[in-house]
Design a binder for this molecule. Structure first.
Ligand code: AHM
Ligand code: MG
Length: 344
């Protein structure tokens, strides 16, 4: 990361647009469609950011009174973020199908035959939205697939591909600053939105997650419903044992994007396991676990459901949930050893 850069040196940074075009030029047969899709997603993120920054004043924080497909109370900003992403992707013309946390069915954008683009976008338009009212960071998560051959008019089946098939994935954190991080399978790069010029600037080139970390993130209020191996692992992390680098620290914001972003930069492990309330875990495979798993692996980390690599899971439904252990490779490995009962 470039630190200590003075404001008058803003021109020294590469913009997201410049970065995308440079990458595109390196690919021989590129049509530019994928670059335009990333551009469209970044435009939608800027619009959502615009709403977020004015939310308190315009009184658009709070809930809509509706329950979404997840059985959760929908926030006004959830609905607004969903609308802005759908509208921008539709206008952009590179996306043929959207799957969103805020919509029960997949949304086809191709009116008929071959109009429209060849990419499928699955997204959580506003993750952690219950935190908005108290001014805590929230985010957007997106996952991109290519439309497989043979789908003239794409249906949800076209989107049900393994995470390993993703051609791109990213997230945006709307925090103390707004940062967009994405991968296309060639490393991970982060861009900070400069509000004065309205551009995402390359602030975090080639992000690598530390192999090990000192922080773990989990909702420990659910402790009594965790499986035995996980309880043992947590007790181990809390041990007073300086020679083993223990105890570790807990950091849990309750906004997956924000917890993930911190762990990606500093090293750490985020866990949302199976609980009594959420036996299959809480987070959604297709637009939360898969995209973050793609990113973390590209940064040198790991993601598992406790036993299987997230990117190898076979999806069955758009909104299916999965237990999730994601972050520094060594921490994910240790968690798996405890879950298998190999350590106590
Ligand atoms: P959401 O997509 O409906 O916002 O739910 C996902 C969120 C994550 O951002 C966060 O890590 C988790 O739910 C928090 O859940 P809990 O309150 O059970 O700890
Ligand atoms: Mg979410």
């Amino acid at each position: 990361m470039q630190t200590g850069t003075r404001v008058e040196e803003i021109g020294a940074f590469k913009t997201l647009e410049q970065f995308i075009i440079e990458r595109q030029e390196q690919q021989e047969h590129s049509t530019g469609a994928f670059s335009r899709l990333i551009r469209d997603l970044s435009v939608a993120a800027k619009i959502v950011n615009w709403h977020m920054r004015r939310g308190g004043i315009l009184d658009i924080f709070g809930d809509t009174g509706e329950i979404n497909v997840q059985g959760e109370v929908q926030q006004v900003m959830d609905a607004l973020a969903h609308k802005e992403f759908v509208r921008t992707l539709k206008r952009g013309g590179e996306c043929c199908l959207i799957g969103s946390e805020e919509h029960a069915e997949a949304i086809p954008l191709r009116a008929n035959g071959n109009d429209g683009g060849d990419y499928i976008v699955l997204l959580d338009p506003l993750d952690g939205s219950s935190n908005i009212e108290v001014n805590v960071s929230v985010g957007t998560i997106f996952s991109i697939y290519r439309l497989p051959e043979g789908f003239g008019t794409p249906t949800v089946e076209a989107a049900l591909q393994k995470g390993a098939e993703q051609v791109g994935a990213g997230y945006v954190v709307y925090g103390s600053s707004t940062i967009l991080v994405y991968t296309t399978g060639n490393g991970v790069n982060g861009f900070t939105l400069d509000p004065s010029i309205g551009e995402f600037l390359l602030s975090h080139p080639d992000i690598r997650i530390p192999d090990d970390g000192t922080m773990y993130s989990i909702n420990e209020g659910n402790y009594n419903s965790f499986e035995r191996g996980l309880k043992q692992y947590i007790k181990w992390m809390q041990k007073e044992s300086p020679e083993e680098g223990l105890p570790l620290s807990t950091r849990y914001i309750g906004s997956f994007v924000a917890d993930f972003h911190r762990n990606l930069l500093k090293g750490g492990l985020y866990m949302y396991p199976s609980t009594t309330k959420n036996p299959s875990g809480k987070l959604r495979l297709m637009y939360e676990a898969n995209p973050m798993a793609f990113i973390v692996e590209q940064a040198g980390g790991a993601a598992s459901d406790g036993h299987t690599r997230i990117l190898d899971l076979e999806p069955e439904k758009l909104h299916q949930r999965t237990p999730l252990y994601i972050g520094s490779e060594r921490m994910v490995d240790t968690a798996k050893q405890f879950l298998r009962g190999e350590r106590d």
